[in-house]
Design a binder for this molecule. Structure first.
Ligand SMILES: Cc1cc2nc3c(=O)[nH]c(=O)nc-3n(C[C@H](O)[C@H](O)[C@H](O)COP(=O)(O)O)c2cc1C
Length: 384
């Protein structure tokens, strides 16, 4: 596919005049005449003019008869002039802008004003978003979205089921959904969900919408996932991409970082990330933590806990790590209960989940032994 060509100065001028024309009726310095423009851009001369009367502004290419005013300059200087960065007097004095005729006729062009009156544009952080733990009500309904492509066979599942057990012990109703069992198409970037009444163009063509509705009913959403190439598996990314309809297209600035105002979200919904990875160090999951933090901010849903377990493969495959495995999983269950009841996980519980399995040197040796054995003896990777 050939990429779209960038707009030419004519096309830029055409859109600029269209915007000005839309604001022209409210402008109090209308006039009848012609602004003739000669622009230089990328070794080419671009000749065009703007016709003005009492009702409209019209963009035309070419030379006009009897222009009211003429301007010759580079196209970038014109952009500076029209955006107010370059004063016409300074431009004329420094010969950056060459005017002929009745310069005051430029006042016929209205000053650009992009302000619009949009309902729901402002959306400050809610008290729950600011401090979810302080305003915690134990969630009644929880949905676990397991994003492991190995679904029930994965190690992620071992964590998800323990966490679910803990949450159930604390009184929550928990449902687990395996993304691998659903068909979720990738977002195509068509912006239907932001601009059309009917929502996403892919609705009804896959399983996304049914899941989206379910997620919107939950008090808490737990994302359980393995780390894939320092991020989330593609299937979960598709789910998040398709979820942009959670927010309006407008932008608000009530927080330190720009974001879109909330559009769809259950009141006081919280989210949790429960992630595992193959490498042994905790920091392998740092980029994912940041990513989840950004998603939580964008979707206005506080990320109340991250439970990250590195070295998961070894934890399940090394018979000498069986004690640690038992302790880790038991504490994942505890974490589920603690989080449900109080909105936070005790430090001790987290420490036990994140405990070291082996020294770096031992970890590398054991992992390499594991892979060597699987390859040399053609063992099934899913047996552990
Ligand atoms: C395609 C792929 C990419 C992975 N990328 C990483 C990675 O970047 N860092 C890491 O520590 N582990 C990585 N892993 C290892 C998985 O996170 C780890 O094996 C995890 O336990 C798999 O979870 P599962 O058993 O639920 O499938 C990757 C695994 C796969 C299959």
């Amino acid at each position: 596919m050939t990429p779209k060509t960038l707009k030419s100065p004519y096309e830029v001028m055409q859109s600029m005049v269209e915007i000005l024309d839309a604001q022209y009726s409210a402008h109090n310095q209308k006039g009848t005449g012609i602004i003739q423009l000669y622009f230089f851009h990328q070794h080419q001369e671009w000749i065009c003019h703007v016709k003005a009367d009492e009702h409209h502004l019209e963009f035309c290419t070419g030379v006009a008869d009897n222009p009211t005013v003429t301007l010759r300059c580079s196209f970038f200087r014109w952009l500076d002039l029209s955006s107010g960065k370059l004063s016409p007097i300074w431009g004329a004095l420094t010969r950056k802008l060459k005017f002929e005729g009745q310069v005051s006729f430029f006042k016929t062009l209205p000053k650009l004003d992009f302000s619009v009156n949009i309902r729901d544009k402002d959306d400050p952080r809610t008290a729950f978003e600011k401090n979810a733990t302080k305003r915690w009500n134990p969630p009644q309904s929880v949905i676990i979205i397991n994003a492991s492509p190995r679904a029930g066979n994965g190690y992620t599942e071992q964590f998800a089921v323990r966490f679910a057990e803990g949450m159930r012990d604390a009184g929550a109703t928990v449902e687990e959904v395996h993304l691998a069992a659903l068909r979720i198409k990738s977002c195509t970037g068509c912006w239907h969900c932001w601009t059309k009444e009917k929502g996403c163009a892919l609705d009804g063509k896959d399983d996304f919408y049914a899941l989206f509705e379910k997620v919107n009913q939950a008090d808490m959403v737990v994302y359980a996932l393995p780390l894939y190439v320092d991020g989330m598996p593609a299937i979960l990314k598709s789910y998040f991409d398709r979820s942009v309809r959670r927010v309006y297209p407008y932008i608000c600035s009530d927080t330190s970082k720009m974001r879109h105002p909330r559009r769809i979200a259950k009141k006081n919904q919280a989210m949790v990330a429960l992630a595992i990875c193959g490498f042994g160090e905790k920091m392998q999951l740092a980029a994912l933590k940041k990513h989840f933090g950004a998603i939580a901010h964008n979707f206005h849903i506080p990320l109340v806990a991250t439970i990250f377990r590195s070295g998961a493969m070894l934890l399940f495959n090394n018979p000498f790590a069986y004690k640690q495995q038992t302790e880790v999983l038991e504490n994942v269950r505890k974490a589920g209960a603690e989080l449900t009841l109080t909105g936070k996980i005790k430090r001790k519980t987290k420490r036990k989940i994140e405990q070291k399995i082996a020294s770096k040197k031992e970890f590398i040796k054991m992992t390499n032994y594991f892979w060597f054995d699987k390859i040399a003896n053609q063992k099934n990777i899913n047996d552990y």
